[in-house]
Design a protein around this ligand. Structure first.
Ligand code: FAD
Length: 331
């Protein structure tokens, strides 16, 4: 699905910042983001959760109304509050900020492979059933309508090797799924590639300043960067399983690599990265390029075998490759 987002238009941005120390590097990222985006002419609203002393505990204090005084069921109370303008003034203000946002930015340090509780609590309380999500308002039909954007700005303790897929921690892609898929995309906000400031406490000022400069470049493209594409609800009829098929493709060489092959390798890598961004390749692994019997293994998500064949034919190295294709069973 094409994502229409005019770069010229000035946008509303909600920056939710969650770090307890105003002099921290995470707070420096938040200040810089606000400054850069404001200079670009956008309207930036900041919810600095620690400064606000935001209470992350979600309970009856979310509401001025009560549907059932005997049994607290949050989504039922949220539905009732939506119908009777019954959110507490603090929540109503945060909900209105969220509703107005063309882009939602979460800025936080990685804590226990997740967000600080104050940010998780903000989500638990502010993304209210009936008002923000539910009753068909999900994914591309959700608040973000599949056009608004979500971005994580994060600092970490560990370095990129620890989170790169072969480290002792889960990959950052896995760690971010609850935010990218569970919060942003579930609500129709398309996630952008995250901005990760790895281990800012383990370097000097010059090292950290590079991150601030990289942040400027990242935010300059906030509304033009191609987001990660996650599957739309429309692909899952009746809230059921995926209507698209999955294929395991084993790729091998059918010719000895020559100069033309080597020239095309960067373009091949670019296309594979693009297919991963658009969700057509779900997983891709390969043997070392020094292996005489080089192989790559990919899981493709495609509507049909014909569609897969067409995609494979677009690979720059297609004439050099053999494909062993198996359709996977949907268990
Ligand atoms: P800080 O230590 O606040 O800042 C680093 C340095 O930057 C400081 O010297 C500061 O003075 C300097 N600085 C501030 N502003 C600027 C500026 N403008 N220019 C240059 N320098 C500046 N890590 C993981 O990897 N995985 C985890 O699961 C994890 N869980 C954690 C759980 C908890 C409860 C806690 C407390 C930490 C955890 N950590 C984890 C570590 C945490 O992610 C890092 O400590 C944090 O992200 C580092 O960022 P910071 O902003 O807090 O750094």
């Amino acid at each position: 699905m094409a994502v229409v987002c005019s770069p010229e238009k000035l946008m509303n941005i909600l920056l939710v910042h969650a770090h307890p120390e105003p002099k921290s590097f995470s707070s420096a990222l938040a200040s810089r983001a606000r400054e850069i985006l404001t200079k670009a002419g956008h309207t930036v609203t900041v919810s600095d959760l620690y400064a606000m002393k935001f209470d992350p505990v979600s309970d009856r204090r979310n509401f001025s109304t009560t549907k059932d005084p005997d049994y607290y069921k949050q989504q039922q109370e949220e539905t009732y509050a939506t119908e009777h303008q019954g959110f507490s003034p603090l929540l109503e203000a945060e909900i209105q900020k969220l509703e107005a946002a063309d882009a939602l930015i979460f800025n936080y340090p990685l804590w226990w492979f997740g967000q600080p509780a104050i940010l998780k609590g903000w989500v638990d309380r502010v993304f209210a059933y009936a008002r923000i999500y539910g009753n068909g308002k999900l994914y591309e039909n959700g608040l973000g309508q599949g056009t608004k954007r979500g971005l994580v700005l994060m600092t970490t303790g560990g370095g990129p090797d620890a989170y790169g897929g072969y480290g002792f921690n889960p990959s950052m892609e896995t760690i971010l799924k609850p935010v990218h898929h569970g919060i942003f995309w579930f609500n129709g906000f398309r996630p952008l590639a995250p901005f990760l400031a790895w281990s800012p406490a383990h370097g000097d000022d010059a090292f950290r300043h590079q991150y601030l400069e990289q942040l400027d470049a990242k935010l300059a493209n906030l509304f033009t960067e191609s987001p990660l594409e996650l599957p739309p609800m429309a692909d899952f009829p009746n809230y059921g399983k995926d209507s698209q098929k999955r294929f395991h493709v084993t790729i091998s060489l059918n010719a000895v690599p020559d100069a033309t092959f080597n020239e095309m390798v960067p373009k091949e890598k670019e296309l594979v990265a693009e297919l991963r961004r658009t969700g057509r390749i779900l997983d891709f692994q390969m043997t070392a390029t020094t292996e005489s019997e080089w192989h790559a293994y990919a899981i493709f998500r495609e509507p049909s075998r014909e569609a897969l064949d067409k995609t494979l034919a677009t690979l720059p190295l297609f004439p050099y490759l053999n494909f062993d294709i198996r359709e996977l069973a949907q268990n």
